[in-house]
Design a protein around this ligand. Structure first.
Ligand code: HEC
Ligand code: HEC
Ligand code: HEC
Ligand code: HEC
Ligand code: HEC
Ligand code: HEC
Ligand code: HEC
Ligand code: HEC
Ligand code: HEC
Ligand code: HEC
Length: 491
């Protein structure tokens, strides 16, 4: 008979319990013996006041300065034993109060999260120099896989996110939020966008009141670029200075850390081509200031008064007889206009207001603004250009600088109205984040790559210990620096 597997297995009776050999039993005794000895030794060491034997691994880089001052963190006795004996996973020798003595550790949705986890639950100490805040997804998904079970109020955010693979499309591209937010709506989407009135694709529109056309500025019909008028001094017609081709960063300038962009500013980004020049039509000299309509109106009025006096020639008296408390001493003062002269000014002011603010005016403020008219005059609707679009996530342009702007903002060159939302959806991110490892450019898909846990809006400097901790708020805006500090937490 050959010793086939079938032949061999037939010799073992399946019903018989495997007998424990003497050797095996001895080994078990040895295990337990050593364990018992170790516990006795630990207890003895504790009694003698030397707790360094508990050292579980080196302390994180950030806490090296208290590495030998165990009691700064370990303030409750017997907790590991309690954890083992009572199977109480929340028992910890490092109560939150120990951490809060130095840190704010502001909570995460305290208003609605039922139980906040212990600090030490997420921030694993004694794991060497590893960044303390680069935490594993399970500390998030323990709640976020079934959020409603962990909240005392109905949750407003997508409640089942067990991994990045199951991550929902970003809210700006979903249609599950109501058109009119309720008073206690917490989702930031309502602060930057309004529901599309005409259709559900796309579901949201940019809520800004500033008119703008990316297409007209980025893809001008003239191959030389956009015509730029020369700024002129009083009395000279607007002339053409030349042509300019714009790129994204002509208007969008990076903020200090390069994570986001600075707000658009008229003076820096628009004035050179849209100079608010009216001298050709109104003969009011230099360009108008870019200010509140009531101020612009005051300027128009005083320029027209000057213009009137100019037209009257040299013999018009320049000094007003009544003394004016606000006038600069010694400076020549315009005289007060008399009634007939006022009528001249007011008549022209009415025309000027039409040219600058009026509904029928082509190039006035309404080129870019929504103006409201009331009995007291015109007001500019707040432009409301958002600073941040996705308040519930973090982003960093600097880290993606190798990509073309339009790789993510794909619709920009075709967009003719500021109502368009030009941000990328989640598919764009998935091309790199969470892509199969090995694929070039693969980036992390951990929750903490893109999200904070602590509500940094509530942070304030805790100066109790005289530690020179940077206010967290400044570090938050400087996402780039913080990433470096953590030694590449994103990996
Ligand atoms: C910066 C705070 C901090 C300092 C300083 C610190 N530890 Fe810890 N230690 C922790 C945290 C956090 C845990 C994990 C506690 C938990 O999981 O509940 C821990 C766990 C331990 C454990 C495992 C048992 C337990 O309590 O869970 C031992 C043993 C330990 N530390 C010993 C030491 C010793 C010895 C020192 C001083 C040389 C020290 N630690 C200093 C934060 C600290
Ligand atoms: C004696 C004061 C002190 C205590 C106690 C303390 N920390 Fe810290 N912690 C610091 C300092 C200082 C830093 C470094 C801050 C910096 O780099 O800006 C730091 C940094 C951190 C960081 C950021 C580390 C990183 O990689 O970016 C975390 C997270 C943290 N501590 C959590 C804790 C937790 C959890 C506890 C309680 C177990 C604790 N700390 C106890 C002083 C303390
Ligand atoms: C559910 C996990 C979790 C818990 C619980 C938790 N943290 Fe954090 N903590 C994080 C994450 C994620 C970050 C990094 C992102 C951020 O700043 O929110 C962080 C960052 C920090 C930082 C660094 C802040 C910075 O801006 O560099 C400190 C300090 C800190 N936590 C302290 C605490 C303290 C103190 C507690 C307990 C009161 C605590 N944490 C509880 C997850 C947690
Ligand atoms: C103790 C349970 C719990 C844990 C742990 C937890 N969350 Fe949350 N999270 C909540 C609750 C509750 C909400 C609020 C839902 C609401 O307001 O409708 C929320 C909301 C959020 C939101 C959307 C709103 C916002 O604040 O931006 C994000 C993003 C988020 N959590 C990320 C995280 C990350 C990342 C972690 C892990 C570091 C984490 N959460 C851990 C309970 C938790
Ligand atoms: C590559 C970046 C990235 C990663 C990784 C990521 N998220 Fe997000 N997440 C976002 C962005 C961007 C938003 C949109 C935020 C907004 O609308 O303000 C978002 C939205 C959310 C929201 C709010 C959803 C809503 O109702 O609109 C929650 C909750 C959330 N993420 C949790 C998580 C959790 C949990 C993980 C880890 C399993 C995770 N995210 C991983 C980028 C990311
Ligand atoms: C002539 C100035 C100018 C140029 C050039 C320009 N932008 Fe803009 N951009 C604006 C203004 C003004 C706004 C705010 C009004 C709005 O929302 O359209 C804006 C808004 C945006 C927004 C956020 C608004 C939204 O609805 O998503 C993104 C993203 C953006 N621009 C990307 C780009 C990219 C990418 C380029 C280059 C291809 C570019 N812009 C070129 C002026 C400019
Ligand atoms: C390099 C010169 C240049 C700059 C800089 C510039 N524009 Fe323009 N803009 C033009 C020209 C030329 C037109 C006329 C385009 C056309 O007729 O198609 C125009 C047209 C417009 C229009 C009307 C678009 C339409 O749909 O008809 C608006 C609104 C506008 N610009 C706003 C702005 C704002 C806001 C800024 C600053 C963020 C700005 N522009 C910066 C040259 C410029
Ligand atoms: C070429 C486009 C353009 C024209 C024309 C224009 N503005 Fe603006 N205006 C802007 C931009 C861009 C902003 C936002 C950034 C800033 O404040 O510089 C703005 C902001 C404002 C604000 C502040 C609004 C707020 O939300 O705080 C006022 C007030 C204003 N403009 C008044 C005027 C008046 C009055 C005129 C006409 C005399 C005018 N603008 C013409 C582009 C323009
Ligand atoms: C990897 C994708 C990606 C690339 C590449 C990218 N952006 Fe963005 N951009 C985003 C995301 C995501 C946001 C939303 C961030 C927020 O405000 O929450 C954003 C927001 C913006 C905003 C709105 C204002 C702000 O700071 O949030 C502007 C303007 C903008 N991007 C312009 C640009 C320009 C210009 C470039 C090229 C230099 C560029 N982006 C490259 C993804 C990208
Ligand atoms: C072409 C690949 C690519 C695409 C597309 C991409 N990312 Fe990234 N992203 C990266 C890489 C690589 C890193 C790591 C950079 C580093 O650690 O220096 C990163 C880092 C990040 C970070 C961490 C920044 C920090 O604070 O350190 C965030 C947040 C992020 N990406 C969000 C996004 C979002 C949201 C999108 C989609 C709109 C996106 N990314 C699309 C490659 C990409």
């Amino acid at each position: 008979m050959s010793r086939t597997a079938k032949f061999l297995s037939a010799r073992i009776s399946p019903g018989l319990p495997v007998r424990e050999g003497v050797l095996r039993r001895g080994r078990r005794f040895a295990y337990w013996g050593v364990a018992a000895l170790a516990i006795c030794w630990l207890l003895w060491e504790t009694g003698s006041g030397d707790d360094r034997v508990y050292h579980a691994g080196s302390i994180s880089a950030a806490h090296q300065f208290i590495a030998n001052d165990c009691a700064r963190c370990h303030q409750a006795a017997w907790q590991p034993v309690k954890r083992l004996a009572m199977l109480d996973n929340d028992a910890t020798s490092t109560p939150d109060a120990a951490c809060i003595a130095c840190h704010q550790g502001t909570p995460h949705h305290a208003d609605i999260a039922v139980t906040q986890l212990n600090c030490s639950h997420c921030h694993r100490e004694h794991h060497g120099q590893e960044a303390l805040a680069a935490i594993n997804d399970r500390f998030c998904t323990s709640c976020h896989a079934n959020l409603q079970d962990h909240a005392t109020k109905p949750v407003e955010f997508v409640a089942e996110i067990a991994s990045f693979a199951e991550h929902p499309e970003f809210a700006l591209f979903r249609d599950d939020h109501p058109e009119t937010p309720t008073a206690d709506s917490r989702h930031g989407v309502h602060r930057v966008a309004v529901r599309n009135e005409t259709s559900n694709t796309p579901p949201w529109q940019d809520r800004t009141n500033l008119r703008f056309n990316h297409k007209a500025h980025m893809q001008p019909a003239d191959p030389r670029g956009l015509p730029t008028p020369a700024l002129h001094s009083a009395g000279v017609e607007v002339t053409l200075a030349g042509f300019e081709r714009l790129d994204c960063e002509s208007c969008h300038q990076r903020d200090g850390a390069g994570a986001y962009f600075k707000p658009i500013a008229f003076e820096q980004q628009c004035r050179r081509c849209h100079p608010l020049e009216y001298d050709a039509t109104l003969q009011i000299g230099d360009a108008l200031p870019h200010r509140d309509p009531s101020l612009v109106r005051d300027v128009l009025r005083s320029r027209l008064a000057d213009r009137y006096l100019e037209l009257q020639g040299e013999d018009a008296p320049k000094e007003s007889p009544a003394s004016d408390a606000n006038a600069i001493p010694g400076a020549p003062r315009p005289r007060a206009l008399r009634e007939g002269e006022l009528a001249w000014v007011n008549e022209r002011l009415a025309v000027a207001e039409h040219v600058v603010f009026g509904r029928e005016a082509k190039g006035g403020c309404r080129l870019c603004h929504l103006l409201e008219e009331s009995s007291t005059g015109f007001t500019v609707a707040p432009t409301d250009v958002p600073d941040r679009w996705q308040a519930h996530a973090r982003f960093n342009h600097q880290r993606h600088r190798l990509l073309d702007c339009t790789a993510c903002h794909t619709e920009t060159l075709a967009s003719a109205t500021s109502a368009d939302i030009l941000l990328p959806g989640i598919a764009t991110c998935r091309a790199c984040h969470g892509a199969e490892s090995g694929k070039s450019g693969a980036a992390s898909d951990r929750c903490v790559e893109c999200h904070d846990y602590h509500d940094h809006a509530l942070d304030s400097l805790n100066g109790g210990l005289g530690l020179d901790l940077l206010p967290v708020e400044t570090r938050r805006r400087g996402g780039a620096e913080r990433g470096e500090e953590k030694g590449g937490a994103g990996k």
